[in-house]
Structures are given as structure tokens and as C-alpha cells.
Design a protein around this ligand. Structure first.
Ligand SMILES: [Zn+2]
Ligand SMILES: [Zn+2]
Length: 341
């Protein structure tokens, strides 16, 4: 057994044992003026590696081994829909299940780099089916999350197969596709921000989004544990590619970024230790803060800094915390004034 990583080199731990990363989250560096070329260059590898490269790898594997022939997909049929559901179900079981198994069941790194010192399995709660966050989240993933993902997938492929959307040939438009591929994470972020901000409107929150927020201390299985309406809209990001000139492979990549990529915000650890000196960055902190405080960070990493523009950005620093508190305080004062008027 080698020594483990020292998480206190990267953050601090409070009395409760919750670990907080040092520094602050920054929006994508190309928004800065004047342009900071060095910063952009050092940021760029993380844009592709490892998560988006992983999503591209699963996309290509699907395209060559899983997705039925165009001929088959011209007709809606349960057989190929169930086949896609089965593959998605197994894929998610392997990916989410692996993270759950090593970091939440075996707890191979204990609470190192863990934002919340508690593990959901140790905290039964009435808000969950069978009082268990894990059982509840797994069931909702397989009953609603993956079925709605698959529904979007089937509809998207069916439209392409019938020639109802512009299907551009990759090799004929290489530059357009390079740009489109670079933009897919931005499309993801915009789509996610719009639907997510919308379902935080109180009435929709109560009806739809509160289910996802039952997990205040999210773990991998919380990722797709959503109301069916939410998961349909979330995966519906793939429909953007029926409107813009695109190709089913790019649309599938967009879909995998949503389905497989949902885990990122819900990993619960800043880093997943792989070996004694290598770790995988989760990019989970901003969305962890959303689960903790609800009304901050509706979007993602600040690739398109919508939260910054709408004043809901919490960068994880003390100043970010103070700004959020001030905003909440202002709203409370306004509500009290309305009540007494
Ligand atoms: Zn979430
Ligand atoms: Zn939310």
C-alpha cells in the first residue's frame, strides 16, 4: 500500500469533515479581454480530455456496433427501441456503477476530496423510496431517466433515417463539423441552463424538479434521478441537431454528453484517485453547490457563463458565498416588504 494523496494540499476541511477546494472556479478563459492566449492554451486540453474524449469514444462504439441500420430506423419499432434501452442501461450500469462501487461502497479513498463527509448510504431519509437515496435514485434512473433518454434517441434517429432533418456528410464538410463538435459542449450548457432555470420556477419546481433535488448530497446515481419531464427535456438537447444542419453521429455525441456526462456534477468528490499520484478531475463542485444551495449555478462550468450574466454564479470562494448570501437576503427583505404591504 502506497501513501494516499494529501487532499489538504488542494483544499481545507471544516469541523464537520466537509472538504472545500482552494481557489475559485473560473469561467472559460476566452471570455477575458484582452485575450489571454497562455491561459486558453492551458485550458484547452481539459476541454477534450478525458470526459469529452470518453463521450466521443462511446459515441463511435455505438455508431459502429449498436445503432441499427438506416433501413431499420425508418420505422418506429419496439425491437430496436428496447435494444437501445438495454445498451444504455448496461452502459450506465457500468459507468455509474463503477464509480459507486469503488468510491461509495468500497470507499477506496475514504472522504479524501469529498465535499460532504457523509455518505448517502449512512443517512436514511423519508424523502426517498424505501428511505434509501441509492435505491430511490437507481430505480428512478431505470424507470424514467434511461427510458426518456432512449425515447429522445429513437425519435432523433428516426427523423434522420427518414430524411426529415438535414444529414450532412462528415467528409464533405470537415471544417463545419470540426466547429460543430467544438460547439457541442456549449449547446449542452445553453440547453441545460434554459431548462434547468425554467424548472426552478416554483410551481414547476414542486411538480418536476424537486425529485432531483431530494439528493442534497448527490452521489453518482443521483445524476439521472429525475422526473420524466425533466429527463426528456434534458436529453432533448439532441433535437438541436434536427434544426441545425448536422449528422446523427454528432447528435449522438450530444446525447452521450447529456446521458453519460450527467454523472460529472454528481460525483461528490473533487478528484477520483486512480493511483497514488494520479487522479481524475470530476468538475463536480459547481453543481454540488447547486444541490447544496439550490439557487446558484444553474448551468455548468462557465463555458458559456450564463450564471455570471444572470447573477447566480457561485465560484466556490468565500466572496462567492457572500455574494449569494447578499442576494438571498435582498430577496427575503423584498418578500417581507410585500407581505407587510
Ligand atoms: Zn443535479
Ligand atoms: Zn436544480
Amino acid at each position: 500500500m502506497g501513501s494516499s494523496m494529501d487532499d489538504l494540499r488542494f483544499g481545507t476541511r471544516n469541523k464537520r469533515g466537509d472538504w472545500v477546494p482552494n481557489g475559485r472556479a473560473e469561467i472559460a478563459p476566452f471570455w477575458a479581454w484582452p485575450p489571454q492566449l497562455a491561459k486558453i492554451l492551458s485550458w484547452l486540453p481539459g476541454y477534450f480530455w478525458p470526459w469529452n474524449a470518453f463521450h466521443m469514444a462511446t459515441t463511435l462504439a455505438y455508431w459502429y456496433w449498436v445503432i441499427p441500420s438506416v433501413e431499420t430506423m425508418r420505422t418506429l419499432d419496439w425491437r430496436w427501441a428496447l435494444w437501445l434501452y438495454a445498451v444504455n442501461a448496461v452502459g450506465i450500469f457500468l459507468m455509474y456503477g463503477a464509480i459507486e462501487f469503488f468510491y461509495y461502497i468500497k470507499r477506496k479513498q475514504g472522504t479524501r476530496f469529498k465535499y460532504n463527509a457523509k455518505f448517502p448510504a449512512d443517512a436514511p431519509s423519508d424523502v426517498f423510496w424505501f428511505k434509501s437515496q441509492n435505491i430511490d435514485n437507481v430505480l428512478r434512473t431505470y424507470l424514467f431517466g434511461i427510458p426518456m433518454w432512449t425515447l429522445v434517441e429513437v425519435l432523433m434517429l428516426w427523423v434522420f433515417a427518414n430524411g426529415w432533418a438535414r444529414w450532412l456528410n462528415l467528409s464533405e464538410h470537415p471544417i463545419y463539423f470540426a466547429i460543430l463538435l467544438l460547439l457541442t459542449p456549449a449547446i449542452h450548457e445553453v440547453n441545460f441552463f434554459i431548462i434547468h432555470r425554467t424548472i426552478h420556477i416554483p410551481i414547476l419546481y414542486k411538480w418536476i424538479h424537486s425529485i432531483h433535488h431530494n439528493s442534497i448530497n448527490p452521489s453518482p446515481w443521483s445524476s439521472l434521478s429525475m422526473h420524466p419531464v425533466e429527463t426528456f427535456l434534458y436529453h432533448g438537447v439532441a433535437f438541436w441537431h434536427l434544426i441545425i444542419p448536422s449528422n446523427p453521429i454528432v447528435a449522438l455525441f450530444q446525447l452521450h454528453m447529456a446521458g453519460y456526462g450527467a454523472v460529472n456534477g454528481h460525483i461528490g468528490f473533487e478528484k477520483l484517485e486512480l493511483t497514488d499520484d494520479r487522479a481524475l478531475e470530476s468538475h463536480a463542485y459547481l453543481h454540488y453547490l447547486h444541490h447544496k444551495y439550490f439557487e446558484v449555478n444553474y448551468g455548468g462550468d462557465g463555458l458559456i457563463p450564463l450564471d455570471k450574466w444572470f447573477g447566480t454564479w457561485h465560484d466556490g470562494s468565500k466572496e462567492g458565498e457572500a455574494q449569494m448570501e447578499a442576494r438571498f437576503e435582498k430577496r427575503r427583505a423584498k418578500m417581507n416588504a410585500q407581505k407587510s404591504a
